[in-house]
Design a protein around this ligand. Structure first.
Ligand code: 5GP
Length: 219
């Protein structure tokens, strides 16, 4: 019998304002039994409506640097003046339990995860064009203009790194995007390279059958 695989580690990145957060929220709502969304630690201040332990674990710089020193993070990066990082324990636990674990992180972190976990699936979310991106950032109303400008500058830098990703998700329609992401992840499970243990089991079972057949014939 084919055994249940370890979950797949998935990184979702995208420009600030690409709508990746909304895609992840919907995906989790619709398929909560399949996916686990990692909650990152950050030194950024909470936005209105954000709750400790839901969107992020909010830390001081000292607390964050202690997590780094204690090797408690899979990866971390600086983004527009703040630290962001992925706590290790939860991700490992959920992968072992067979859940696909999603990290919603920026590009430097994504590349670090890919280097330490080469079988990570990397998805990049983009809005259909730059105008939509700017309007979403301004319309969100949660950041000052200077921060929006830094985020747009950062988006321009990140646009140069998209080639490192496996799939591009164009966020035109939220529910279509959610289904696309779900399908891509589902397909990933069928890759032969991710099923080598199961294939080995079947091979050995077939060899055992062939052996019994031969014995039967020689009797
Ligand atoms: P925001 O401040 O808008 O919540 O996030 C800013 C950026 O940091 C986003 O691109 C987000 O995906 C990224 N980010 C969030 N958590 C992490 C993390 O744990 N590690 C890294 N490298 N980036 C993160």
């Amino acid at each position: 019998m084919l055994q249940k695989n370890r979950g797949i580690l998935i990184v979702v990145s995208g420009f600030s304002g690409s709508g990746k957060g909304s895609i992840m929220k919907e995906l989790m709502k619709k398929y909560s039994n399949r996916y686990a969304l990692s909650v990152s630690a950050t030194t950024r201040k909470p936005r209105t409506g954000e709750t400790e332990g839901v969107e992020y674990f909010f830390k001081t710089r000292e607390e964050f640097e202690r997590m780094i020193a204690e090797d408690g993070l899979i990866e971390y990066a600086q983004y527009v003046g703040n630290y962001y990082g992925t706590p290790k324990a939860y991700v490992e636990e959920q992968l072992s339990a067979g859940k696909d674990v999603i990290l919603e992180i920026e590009i430097q972190g994504a590349l670090k995860v890919k280097a330490s976990h080469p079988d990570t699936l990397l998805l990049f979310v983009t809005p259909p064009n730059a105008e939509v991106l700017k309007n979403r950032l301004v319309g969100r109303g949660t950041e000052e203009m200077a921060v929006i400008e830094s985020r747009l500058a950062r988006a321009a830098e990140e646009a140069e790194g998209v080639e490192a990703y496996d799939y591009l998700i164009i966020n035109d329609d939220l529910s279509e995007c959610v289904e696309e992401v779900h399908q891509i992840i589902k397909n990933e499970h069928y890759k032969v390279a991710r099923n080598l243990a199961g294939i080995e089991t079947i091979r050995n079972e077939l060899k055992a059958f062939a052996g019994t057949e031969r014995e039967g014939k020689t009797k």
